[in-house]
Every structure is written in C-alpha cells, then in structure tokens.
Ligand binder design. Structure first.
Ligand code: SF4
Ligand code: SF4
Length: 84
C-alpha cells in the first residue's frame, strides 16, 4: 500500500523532468498529454511505490508537484490536503 500521495499542478509544469529523474522509487513518468503551455506534465505510473518523501517537490523549480506522507490509520495526511 502506498505510503505517500502525490499532487501535481499540471498547468505550472514546464516538463523539465526533474521529478521523474529524482524520484527514488520511480513513481512518475512524463505524460504524453499537453498542458495549456504545450508541456508534457508528469503523471503517476506507480502510485503504490510512493513514500511521500517529497523529493519531487523539492526538485521542482516551478512548484508544480509535491508529495505528502499518508498518516497511519484513518488520519488525513498533514499539509495541503483538502477534503471535498
Ligand atoms: S513523494 Fe517521493 S516517492 Fe513520491 S513521487 Fe515524489 S519523489 Fe517519488
Ligand atoms: S519537476 Fe516540476 S516542472 Fe519539472 S517535470 Fe516535474 S512537475 Fe514539471
């Protein structure tokens, strides 16, 4: 089961690929889809491997992605998670 959750703000992405490259568990890949600026944003290919380490968020120059650790039990992950 995934320990982390990834949030991607597709429209901010410039497709530099840092998040894909630096994710230690290879959770991400650049999508074949375009955002409105004409870039290929990342998408999640192995969500079960995400640890929520947020290395993707630390390397992203455009604040377009971040990861959160999922809290144990039925708690909501801390920081930036919204219930809808
Ligand atoms: S939070 Fe960590 S494990 Fe999850 S996608 Fe980002 S870099 Fe990869
Ligand atoms: S690091 Fe940020 S800007 Fe670069 S591909 Fe990933 S989400 Fe897009």
């Amino acid at each position: 089961m995934a320990k982390g959750q990834i949030y991607i703000v597709v429209e901010r992405c410039k497709a530099c690929g840092f998040c894909v490259e630096f994710c230690p568990t290879k959770v991400l890949a650049l999508s074949s889809a375009f955002n409105s600026k004409g870039y290929h944003p990342p998408h999640v290919i192995h969500p079960e491997n995400c640890s929520g380490c947020n290395l993707c968020g630390m390397y992203c120059p455009d604040f377009a992605i971040y990861g959160n650790k999922i809290a144990g039990g039925n708690k909501i992950a801390v920081g930036g998670s919204h219930e809808s």
